[in-house]
Design a protein around this ligand. Sequence first.
Ligand code: CAA
Length: 309
Amino acid sequence: MAFAASQIVRGFSSSAVRNVVIKNVTIIGGGQMGAGIAQVAASTGHSVTLVDTSDDILKKSIKLIEGSLKRVAKKKFSDKPEAGEEFIKKIVQKVSTSTDAESAVQGSDLVVEAIVENLKIKQDLFSRLDKLAPSHTIFASNTSSLSICDIASSTNRQDRFGGLHFFNPVAMMKLVEVIGTPATSQDTLDSLLDFSKVLGKTPVSCKDTSGFIVNRLLVPCMMEAIRLYERGDASKEDIDIGMKLGAGYPMGPFELADYVGLDIVKAVIEAFKTKDPKNPLFDSSDLLNKLVAEGKLGIKTGEGFYKHK
Ligand code: CAA
């Protein structure tokens, strides 16, 4: 793994390195979110290593990045297609891929995890990486529903561990939620806030609470929409139109659920339920469970609440 030596501005404290300027980023997980984070990090001059379990998955991740960059280039270089090609090539060159997370993190200033929403798997991953990453390296999880504190507990760098929660599509959505646990140092939070700004995003801070800000509001709203539809009170099409034209949402709740992935919506609401079992907003939906069991996960599988070409 060819990593340039980290250019870090440091002020030492007893346990941690302060004010890490993030240059080299490792993203673990090459799905929609991981690929999107890799894309924006590479687009803003970072050296990125994207890690997943197979070369086939990583090839698909690079295709996702290229597809999104094509949309950006089409607008940016509408009258100069060659310049657009060059723009895409330069950004993609900043992303190297690897199936070896342990060696990838060794040159990293920041590790962002965007893998499956499973606490044990995330803890195992970070516990392994903790032994190999340099001491200054900040660890962050892009989890949408799990507790950052629970994930960080598997490491010995809880002061250098935070949440960095992006939104889909990462290239377009301006928000990043930066999550600190009681153990996260102020220097780590500052580095994550600075990094988000360098990516061209607007960061907001939130405590390590279920769903942080956006999902805590958005996912119960989606579940309420599903329940409204399950009761037969309105069609999903009318609910979507209602929320778009009556509340100014860019997508209706069913369109958005298909876009995000029904498996993700289900995982988020189940995680909320585990933390707060009595809250009726977090009740499951038979319809959502059925669609997920049938593999109808939304746009990524061609069908969810709607059929997609
Ligand atoms: N990459 C690059 N550009 C993209 C893109 C992508 N993946 N997706 C859309 N765009 C660009 C298009 O090129 C287009 O650009 P111009 O208008 O400048 O030509 C622009 O975005 C609009 O795209 P479309 O015309 O195709 O469609 P749209 O107007 O409906 O916008 C959207 C698409 C930006 C996705 C918009 O519908 C939207 O904001 N939807 C809501 C998305 C949302 O709520 N995301 C959060 C989900 S929750 C989450 O992610 C958290 C979690 O943990 C579950």
